[in-house]
Design a protein around this ligand. Sequence first.
Ligand code: UD1
Ligand code: UDP
Length: 352
Amino acid sequence: MLVSIVGTRPNLIKLAPIVRAARKDNLEHHIIHTGQHYDYELSQVFFEELELPPPDTYLKVGSGSDGYQIGETIHRVTKTLQRLKKPAFILVYGDTNATAGAALGARKCGFKVGHIESGIRTGDYLFPEEINRVISETCSDVLFAPTKSTYENVRSTGRAVLSGDCMFDTLLWAEPRLDQKLLSEFDLTPREYCLVTMHRGMNVDKPSILRRILKALEDTGEHFLFPVHPRTKKTLEKLQVPSSIQVTPPLGYFAFLSLMKYSKKVITDSGGAQKEAYAFGIPSVILLHVPVWQELVEVGWNLPVSNEPDKIRQAILEFWPRGKRPPIFGDGRAGDKILQTLHQEYDKLLSG
Ligand code: UD1
Ligand code: UDP
């Protein structure tokens, strides 16, 4: 059987193409949710919209320090996997604490592991995600790299496969379900607003830094739609939000993509949102000092500005990329390619 271990919003979006590919193959697919994200808007809504089966096992790890989340995930994943009655291949997704804990737990129990979205490198170990990437890759037998440059980063391991990007698969699947009419619910006009998301500690944990970013946005005179991640909400509640910044709770996937598709610009520190904006041809101003997707900076569609107010203001007013958008993230069939690779190499585990 195949076992997928997920825990967060972006993990679920990456899981969706694997669910569809496993269904096509009539493969038994067991889903373990670690419970790192538990709010309806960060978890259940994705099961509903992406047509995912409910998790077979829910581990309720919840919130806490990186050490707590990774430690508890290892512990609870280990206990769950040891109870499996059949041989299994384990898939883990992305770079969250759920991913690193799951990969370590599975490996320690002696399972074969595949890591989806392998090979991203920013070189900045102050980001918990960078450590999670290295842990997850080290514990994995197959590294599914989404793009050419991520593949090059892990090629020398001899375990890398260039699969294409699962989030891009999901976006293409979702596109016919997007709806411009939704803009009227938010009183928005196409191309007359920018979409903002932020949830990285460096941008949102200190009120003084978040205030500075909001002020930089306000100074541009643009209108912003800002779906707020729960981590950001805690700090935002201490601040006065400028009236040009329209705040909403986290959006469902179809609503988020619909509102992105008709926006003027995306301002974000999200790894996923950067890719989605590229797919729609929307310029992205990146609130990070090192980009997650180097290719997007090279083709000119992403501009990293960190959280420096002058750079943020200037980018929002003046960054208008016009270059080509080569197909960096594959052809929308990463899920099928991943399953094909697993059948070739691990068919006994999958069908056992
Ligand atoms: C995590 C990932 C990050 C990913 C992001 C996607 C790590 C280290 N970080 O960050 O890589 O980009 O998810 O969204 O794994 N909270 C709620 N409800 C929830 C979940 C969280 O209120 O359902 C609050 C809690 O106060 C929690 C805080 O948000 O302490 C942060 O949540 P956590 O899962 O630790 O990290 P994220 O910032 O979501
Ligand atoms: N997303 C969403 N609603 C929101 C914000 C984000 O549906 O309000 C989706 C969006 O598709 C994005 C994905 O969640 O790409 C993951 O976003 P997040 O920023 O949480 O995680 P990251 O990709 O940075 O790890």
